[in-house]
Design a protein around this ligand. Sequence first.
Ligand SMILES: NC(=O)c1ccc[n+]([C@@H]2O[C@H](COP(=O)([O-])OP(=O)(O)OC[C@H]3O[C@@H](n4cnc5c(N)ncnc54)[C@H](OP(=O)(O)O)[C@@H]3O)[C@@H](O)[C@H]2O)c1
Length: 234
Amino acid sequence: MKILILGYGKMGKAIETIALNSGHEVIGKITSKTNTNIPTSADVAIEFSNPESAVANIMFCIDHKIPVVSGTTGWLSHKKDIDLYCTQKNGTFFYASNYSIGVNIFFKVNQFLAEKMKSQGSYDVEISEIHHTQKKDSPSGTAITLAETITGILPFKKEWSNIETHDPSALVIKSKRIDPTPGTHTVKYTSATDDIDITHTAHSREGFAKGAVLVAEWIRNKKGVLSMDDFLNF
Ligand SMILES: NC(=O)c1ccc[n+]([C@@H]2O[C@H](COP(=O)([O-])OP(=O)(O)OC[C@H]3O[C@@H](n4cnc5c(N)ncnc54)[C@H](OP(=O)(O)O)[C@@H]3O)[C@@H](O)[C@H]2O)c1
């Protein structure tokens, strides 16, 4: 398979290694300095750039009929517009805030736990996330996915906040930036009598890169707006 890598930073390089080891060909490695004359003959594009470039990169792929797998975080206020654009153009667009298979199982555990906590008003809940200091967005896209699942289920949590607050209806997300952490997320329920914590700890970027290459192989002949739920058949 011919792969175009849009965003050749820490993730792009990890994706290249996995793609080459899986027998694929990398036909372009695009950075901010090489984003003109982008090759359009790719079977699939994998996009891990930055919040300012993601929308243009994804639209470029849709316009050139290249199925695109994006993992860039921090641009999701435009996601609905991109989904619509993809549908109108009969394109292929896959987005996940986290490509680690383990994290996607963790998302399901988070959902299950929130369902069980729905009627347990004596518990409060908060999320914490730790990443390396070069991460541009805060909170992480993964923390937002965890938070939006919880606020969608718990009647006593209305919205998430990245700032400490005493408002009981706010779900606080605490973000820390400590090198070289690839990504650690904890959801913690606390009551006067006990705590329940669930934590996912990434050991390296390899899990995200492997997931992105597996998804790229899977979407090659598919159409539409797709997600991890479709890929993992959850
Ligand atoms: N979904 C997931 O599983 C997952 C996992 C890890 C990270 N991420 C996200 O993936 C993104 C990339 O992370 P990273 O750690 O690889 O960041 P990074 O090391 O900063 O790399 C970003 C890359 O994007 C390039 N870039 C900038 N403008 C571009 C443009 N217009 N077109 C194409 N490429 C452009 C940069 O080029 P220059 O060096 O020239 O600026 C750089 O090569 C972030 O949003 C991060 O949060 C997602």
